[in-house]
Design a protein around this ligand. Sequence first.
Ligand SMILES: [Fe+2]
Ligand SMILES: [Fe+2]
Length: 271
Amino acid sequence: MGRWTLDDIPWDRFDRSKLDPDVVRIVKAASLVECNGGAYAHHLCQIFHDDPDFQRTARRWGEEEIQHGRALARWAMLADSSYDFAAAFERFQAGFRIDFDRDVSCRGSRSGEMIARCMVEVGTSSYYSALRDAVREPVLKEICRNIAADEIRHYKLFYENLTRCLESEPIGFWRRLRVGFGRIAEAQDDELACAYHAANETTGPYDRRRHSRAYERRAFALYRERHVRHIVAMAFKAVGLSPHGRLARVASRLAWSAMRYRVIRLKKAVA
Ligand SMILES: [Fe+2]
Ligand SMILES: [Fe+2]
């Protein structure tokens, strides 16, 4: 299991006066996505079917992701007593399905799979760091502090395994780049939008564009420039580029401008 448990969270310090309704909505969505960790761990065990050491690591990782979901769900139910996590998770699973029953990675190789996993941890570590820094509610701040530390450790774990995989299964720079940035682009796929819908709406149809925008408008607004720098540095490292070179600095400035522009546009669209 992880290095912390739900018993380590100071639940009695929960402060309703510091709640932000937009944060409650995105935390509910995150609780559902994190609880899919077990299915992703199962998929990794299939891909690394002849590697019992990594399978153990993957199962432990999956348990930690599920714990993230449980902590966030418990907090969301404190913040909103009408939130029915079990029913929301059922809606999410009915609406979002991934083919986990393959024993080969859709990234083309084990190295590719590790690059994609690194990118997911880049996204989650920066997201929980941004959430930790933005929220005022003390219990959520503590949960996010713990989760962000886990997600950075997860990145290191997958990066180390990537280094090992590349020795037996080398893939070229352009392929690494394509897999890595392809996975970042997938962040806009159905998973988060569908989770946002399942967590926040008990009636009404799922609309990918609408729910994706509703999620992004609330989530992207949390980021500051340092979080984007962190995303670029870790993503560059995973694809084999210098994490702190000139290119990384330029990419970081461009990514930060693009994110600010996107937030402004999304806010204008609902104004
Ligand atoms: Fe997580
Ligand atoms: Fe993680």
